[in-house]
Ligand binder design. Structure first.
Ligand SMILES: Nc1nc2c(ncn2[C@@H]2O[C@H](COP(=O)(O)OP(=O)(O)OP(=O)(O)O)[C@@H](O)[C@H]2O)c(=O)[nH]1
Ligand SMILES: [Mg+2]
Length: 213
């Protein structure tokens, strides 16, 4: 049984990654990804999601309609081994005391942490979130999400991602935390983005890899 915590700054896409994973399980797509196998959703809890009043929409694309107040939770089972795992997705707005409490709780109970970053803004501004989390394992995973929002051709995108990885690695190293592996993902079904499927698949592969290690 693995407890995964998806942690990261506001709106980096933690809840979207969780929802996408649930869709992969419900539709059976999980069997078709690399290292995939049949898994079943045992329980989902997205009740900690609060609707934002119109004026508070803060996403760049102006699509963001909810924000996480209490941690979201997904429990699933591997059909072959019968092992159950839980993924927790607390909110990112740690300026709200109740959200911060969720982050602290999850950082304590998670056996594996995925630090989630978004490509829609400077990476440095996203480090602050991690600065005052005290209960961190000495090895974590990192997820670079919203890959569809990096501008440029494939070579430029690749370079941007490599630079981000270096920055993330250096940041955690300064806290004596090693990054075990990076995953580059897309947490939405964005239209017109060529490689969308493989980046959506990465979300499912990431969870399966981490629960099987
Ligand atoms: N273009 C694009 N948008 C994304 C992607 N993943 C998430 N989004 C959008 O980003 C916004 C924020 O997503 P959420 O999943 O609510 O982010 P969050 O990290 O859970 O936010 P908080 O819990 O409030 O901190 C939403 O409008 C999503 O549709 C992605 O890979 N690409
Ligand atoms: Mg959320």
């Amino acid at each position: 049984m693995v407890n995964i915590g998806l942690l990261g700054d506001i709106s980096v896409g933690k809840t979207s990654l969780l929802r996408l994973f649930v869709r992969y399980l419900n539709k059976g797509d999980i069997e078709n990804v690399e290292g995939g196998k049949k898994c079943t959703v045992v329980k989902t809890d997205f009740s900690g999601e609060a609707t934002l009043p119109g004026g508070e929409k803060e996403d760049k694309l102006n699509q963001k309609e909810t924000k996480t107040i209490h941690p979201n939770r997904v429990v699933f089972r591997e059909d072959d081994t019968n092992k159950a795992h839980t993924i927790f997705g607390p909110g990112g707005d740690v300026n709200r005391a109740v959200v911060k409490m969720g982050v602290i709780t999850i950082s304590r109970i998670a056996t594996q942490i995925i630090a989630v970053f978004s490509c829609d803004r400077e990476i440095k501004t996203q480090f602050e979130f991690f600065n005052d989390i005290r209960f961190f394992p000495d090895q974590i995973y990192a997820c670079i999400n919203k890959i569809d929002l990096i501008e440029g051709n494939k070579t430029q995108v690749k370079k941007t991602v490599e630079d981000m990885k270096k920055e993330i690695e250096a940041f955690f190293k300064s806290k004596k935390i090693a990054v075990k592996d990076f995953f580059v993902t897309c947490g939405e079904t964005v239209e017109g983005f060529e490689d969308i499927e493989s980046y959506n698949d990465q979300v499912a592969q990431m969870i399966l890899q981490i629960t099987s290690e």
